[in-house]
Design a protein around this ligand. Structure first.
Ligand code: AMP
Length: 451
């Protein structure tokens, strides 16, 4: 039950700004692509925490009036992305609790790999849980810690959890930001124009609120924000970076810098590498929007084949991946993407996407391009075959649903009915993100799990 919770999400924290909840709202808006199921903000006015959370997009959950009730100079926020079936409002974040030191709210991006174990141990000792979220474990661990200060209790608690976590905690007077020792999920620190601070999953949130990027929260680092002080840094764990390479491939927004690099640039590099190792003669290069756009630009630049927009995307519908049943997913793909017949008709087309998961999208796209009159359709994927599920926060299906775990590239090519299919290889992917050392988690492509 627990392993489905807290999939790829967004977190944000604002400290030291009189309109903290509004800035959190704008930041969540910029981070909406990381989760569309639910959104929430907790603020502190110094005496009390206020929380609003609900199902739906950030714009739907909040309005001017609600934000006014979220008063105070600090606020944390969350957008939730989870697999279907558990859309209970209880599972939206922030997770809020009263305990012996006062009030506390937590937001979490990532997956705890020992969640079940920790929860069972807590339940044995009499703890009562309200949600299925692994994040709730933290509340109990903090509340039960025998340490006097919240900082020490947080340290105590995070030492008992394993897996991927980028966390932001809010108490009545302080804010804390923490990243697991591997730095699986991103978390960056910035300065607000008035001197306050922001932490957020991606720097595209900083741009919206005119914050200046300072640095990433380090893997294993706890940052403490207190009034009138510079953030205090505590090294809780020895850092052993294993950043999620899929942030570069698909998840992060191209205008963000994650793990210190421009997402757009790394994606363009993937396209260039792909053109290099998987060339094919064609008339045009087109992206599957929006994910395939930067890689298609890179592919076109490297190959000299003209870049065109051959598929239009309807932006007023959510991500297709979210829907639970195959039937719904098929329908949503049709609603979402339509061909530019004039551009495609009679052409040999290279179509670029960032990844193939179940194969539904690619199959539908090839069919659509053929129906629009494409002479040939060559599918190129700007990452290696997705062969293994993620346990650190990306919402990938079980291995039996991952097409590349069950079919060879030739078989997938036949299944999607393309004239050819080729993927970027692991070496090309690593070159694209300048991974000179071993600091990325590539488990979804290699099955080499870290924890
Ligand atoms: P599929 O139809 O299952 O093969 O899904 C492939 C499409 O989903 C690609 O266009 C990807 O851009 C996109 N995608 C890949 N990973 C994810 C994810 N974790 N969540 C949502 N969409 C994804």
């Amino acid at each position: 039950m627990l392993e489905n919770m807290n999939e790829k999400c967004a977190v944000v924290g604002i400290y030291g700004h009189k309109e903290a909840s509004k800035l959190a709202y704008f930041s969540l808006h910029a981070l909406q692509h990381r989760g569309q199921e639910a959104a929430g903000i907790s603020s502190s006015d110094g005496l009390k925490l206020h929380t609003i959370k609900d199902r739906g997009l950030v714009m739907k959950v909040f309005d001017e009036h609600k934000l006014t009730t979220l008063s105070g100079a600090s606020a944390i926020g969350h957008t939730r992305y989870s697999t279907a079936g558990d859309d209970s409002i209880l599972d939206a974040q922030p997770v809020f609790a009263r305990y012996d030191l006062g009030e506390m709210a937590i937001v979490h991006n990532g997956n705890l790999t020992n969640a079940e174990e920790v929860r069972n141990a807590l339940i044995k000792k009499g703890a009562i849980f309200q949600t299925f979220m692994d994040t709730e474990n933290l509340i109990h661990l903090i509340a039960k810690s025998e340490k006097e200060k919240l900082t020490d209790r947080i340290i105590d608690a995070v030492k008992k959890i394993e897996g991927a976590f980028s966390l932001v905690f809010l108490s009545r007077t302080k804010m804390f930001a923490m990243r697991d020792r591997f730095g699986f999920r991103p978390l960056s620190l910035g300065r607000l124009p008035n001197g306050g601070y922001i932490v957020a999953s991606e720097t595209c949130a900083f741009d919206l609120v005119s914050a200046e990027y300072i640095r990433d929260v380090e893997p294993g680092e706890l940052l403490i924000f207190e009034e009138g002080k510079e953030p205090i840094s505590i090294k809780v764990f020895e850092p052993t970076p294993k950043h999620c390479i899929f942030e570069y491939v698909y998840f992060a927004r191209p205008d963000s810098k994650v793990f210190g690099q421009s997402v757009y640039q790394t994606r363009k590099n993937m396209g260039k590498e792909l053109a290099h190792i998987q060339p094919v003669e064609a008339d045009i290069v087109i992206p599957v929007p929006d994910g395939g756009v930067p890689a298609a630009i890179g592919y076109a630049q490297e190959s000299g084949i003209p870049y065109e927009l051959g598929i239009m995307r309807n932006h007023y519908i959510g991500r297709t991946f979210i829907e639970p049943t195959q039937e719904m997913r098929d329908l949503k793909v049709k609603m979402k993407l339509s061909p530019m017949t004039d551009i495609i008709k009679g052409k040999k087309v290279i179509v670029i996407d960032d990844s193939i998961v179940r194969g539904t999208t690619s199959r539908r796209i090839v069919k659509m391009l053929k129906e629009a009159g494409a002479a040939e359709v060559h599918m190129r994927i700007s990452s290696p075959p997705t062969t293994d599920p993620c346990f650190y926060g990306v919402d990938t299906p079980n291995k039996d649903k991952l097409i590349a775990a069950n079919m060879s590239v030739d078989e997938i090519c036949k299944f999607i009915e393309a004239d050819s299919l080729a993927y970027l290889d692991e070496a090309g992917l690593l070159r694209s993100v300048h991974a000179e050392d071993d600091k990325y988690c590539t488990a979804c492509f290699t099955g080499k799990y870290i924890v």
